[in-house]
Design a protein around this ligand. Structure first.
Ligand SMILES: Nc1ncnc2c1ncn2[C@@H]1O[C@H](COP(=O)(O)OP(=O)(O)OP(=O)(O)O)[C@@H](O)[C@H]1O
Ligand SMILES: [Mg+2]
Length: 347
């Protein structure tokens, strides 16, 4: 007896025409019906372009027929207008930031877990690992990256392009440069989209290996719009060990997966306490929750960052700890995670 699971597994081996990604991860498989002698598959494309229908139908049918030779196979391809915030295969979206090789979001479900701190230190760490790095502060609720990098000047504007500011080997651009800090901005989807568009199109970004996006906290419309307009290659999720943060991190993972952004892994921030005198490591929470959740979500624990006064002070003073004390244990934690990310990107 052929099971539905077996059919879905087989569908994961069928690639979307023109792409290396499979049709299941693209989210177009919307019906799998298996009876005793027949398999019925419904594929739904979120566009009205019918140019790949025949190829898609044939390759899917052929593969299933080969796998399950005793069954009759019917594959139907349908079309559906994409709703505003729905998943779209990212390869089909317009290519923004043509000078940037990899676009990676640093995100979290919950606010205040240290996303910006991690983004800044990872950016500097990746630069120290020899990559050309950009950092885009896309936190619409409170852009904080310029402060954390000690940047007080506004970027140069030559009448047509805005030039990113370089600090500690990182090319920086922030929504904070475009809006007044004291303005309490509540951004709606369309506005977010426009502002991000501007940061991507009107900025003279140089050739970069990787650009990190410091994302606003949460998993609402703003985050979704951002993920989609940027056409991200991957996401790094930051969580603290507490269950509440972890629950939100799981939501974050789900949101990115919904829009076909691969999760690179989770960083556990404020993971343990490092005694500044003797260097001893104390597990304050010690429940291993993030590691367990990584397993459940089938993703990697990218690394653990201690809770540490120097990390906070680095942020407040505008000199990230990776820059201020490159030989310290805190810096090593960031450097190791950056090495992990670099390796994943170059695989
Ligand atoms: N590992 C750490 N050790 C000590 N303090 C930390 C650590 N990580 C972050 N902090 C501090 O926690 C506070 C919140 O960090 P941060 O602003 O990076 O969080 P965030 O997730 O970006 O917040 P938001 O959701 O508001 O954007 C800051 O004061 C920061 O210095
Ligand atoms: Mg932040």
């Amino acid at each position: 007896m052929v099971t539905k699971e077996a059919v879905v597994e087989a569908l994961k081996e069928v690639s979307y025409p023109g792409f290396s990604r499979d049709i299941v991860s693209f989210g177009i498989v919307q019906g799998v019906d298996v009876s005793e002698s027949a398999i019925n598959i419904k594929l739904v494309l979120k566009s009205d372009d019918t140019s790949i229908d025949a190829e898609l139908e044939q390759s899917t049918k052929k593969h299933l027929q080969e796998k399950f030779s005793d069954m009759s196979v019917v594959v139907g391809v349908e079309h559906q207008q994409a709703p505003q915030f729905s998943a779209q295969p990212q390869e089909q979206k317009p290519t923004y930031l043509p000078t940037v090789k990899y676009k990676v979001a640093v995100a979290s479900g919950k606010g205040g877990v240290g996303k910006s701190t991690v983004a800044v230190n990872l950016a500097v760490a990746l630069a120290k690992h020899g990559l050309k790095v950009g950092l885009l502060d896309a936190d619409i609720y409170g852009p904080s990256i310029p402060l954390m990098l000690g940047v007080t000047e506004k970027p140069y504007y030559d009448g047509s392009k805005i030039y990113p500011i370089e600090k500690y080997g990182v090319q920086l651009m922030s929504l904070g440069f475009l809006v007044d800090n004291s303005e309490a901005v509540i951004w709606r989807g369309a506005l977010v989209h426009r502002a991000i568009q501007q940061l991507m199109n009107d900025v003279a970004w140089p050739e970069l290996d990787v650009m990190l996006f410091d994302m606003p906290p949460g998993t609402g419309d703003a985050q979704l719009t951002l993920s989609q307009s940027v056409s991200l290659d991957g996401a790094v999720i930051v969580s603290t060990p507490q269950d509440v943060a972890l629950l939100d991190a799981v939501k974050g993972v789900r949101m990115f997966r919904k829009v076909n952004v691969p999760i690179m892994g989770i960083v556990e921030n404020m993971s343990y306490f490092l005694c500044p005198h003797c260097g001893e490591r104390t597990e304050i929470f010690s429940n291993g929750g993030v590691k367990r959740e990584c397993k459940n979500l089938d993703t990697d624990l990218l690394g653990e960052i201690p809770i540490d006064a120097d990390i906070r002070i680095g942020g407040d003073n505008g000199v990230p700890v990776v820059q201020a004390n490159p030989d310290g244990a805190q810096s090593k934690a960031f450097m190791d995670i950056a090495a992990n990310i670099k390796e994943k990107l170059q695989k």
